[in-house]
Design a protein around this ligand. Structure first.
Ligand code: ZN
Length: 254
């Protein structure tokens, strides 16, 4: 019965614990209590804790829109989380990002790609101002944020920096700040924080919309196969905010 407390202990005020009921079973209750106690709490994650044989593909920014990537996603049905910067796709004149995210989602990578911990950055303006636009375009209000350059997004970042980001983005619907545990460089080189050339279960892998991305994606999926891992939808491994269910028609109907 103390499990619920250990999950959230680092962030809880002692006075907030009073209302916690320990009568029901563990995991869903923990999450439920988390929401009740700290509805705007934002979690900072660089990877997913899971024993499932999965990893997660995330692609940032959005400057290069190579039709070969969209075609590859349609053919392979690979789940991809797009962290889109608004200035890279101002008019949204094509279905490119809807297609690429067809088995995943489009999430928030800020409006103009500034360092969020810079004192001159208005974090609320950078993140919250585009939430409704993305909701309209991509069928779901973003609830994950990737900070440009990962800046301020690591769980090891100073508490004051994380609190500043959380308090600015939590109220407009962001539940997770998502960094990464492995990456593919713009030149196609793989690197992992585990120090090997292997993807591990639960790894969140960062790529960018650059020329050559299609081949990078194919190579990455192959690399996962070496370890018996396949790409999964990141959103399925996090707690989606309850009132913001993605509608089936807006997502798959295009
Ligand atoms: Zn970026």
């Amino acid at each position: 019965m103390k499990l619920a407390l250990s999950l959230v202990s680092g962030a809880l005020l002692a006075s907030s614990v009073v209302g916690v009921s320990t009568s029901a079973h563990s995991m869903p209750l923990q999450v439920q209590k988390w929401r009740e106690i700290q509805p705007n709490k934002v979690r900072f994650i660089p990877q997913i804790e899971t024993t499932d044989k999965v990893f997660f593909i995330t692609i940032d920014d959005g400057w290069t829109k190579d039709p070969a990537v969209a075609k590859w996603v349609r053919q392979t049905r690979t789940p991809i989380t797009v962290f889109l910067t608004a200035v890279a796709n101002p008019e949204d004149t094509s279905d490119f990002f809807r297609t690429v995210s067809r088995y995943g989602s489009v999430q928030n990578h800020t409006r103009t790609h500034k360092y969020l911990t810079s004192s001159s950055t208005d974090v609320n303006d950078e993140v919250c101002r585009i939430q409704s636009t993305y909701a309209k375009r991509y069928g779901e209000r973003p609830w994950m944020l990737r900070p440009p350059y990962g800046n301020g997004g690591w769980p090891t970042a100073p508490r004051s920096e994380r609190d500043r980001i959380s308090s600015a983005v939590g109220p407009c619907g962001i539940k997770y700040v998502v960094n990464w545990s492995a990456l593919v460089s713009n030149e196609g080189e793989f690197a992992s924080q585990n120090g090997t050339d292997r993807i591990q279960a639960g790894d969140i892998v960062l790529l960018h919309f650059v020329p050559g991305l299609r081949d990078q994606l194919a190579a990455l999926v192959e690399r996962g196969r070496w370890s018996g891992l396949k790409p999964a939808n990141l959103a399925d491994y996090l707690r989606r905010p309850a009132p913001q269910q993605k509608s089936v028609t807006s997502h798959h109907g295009r």
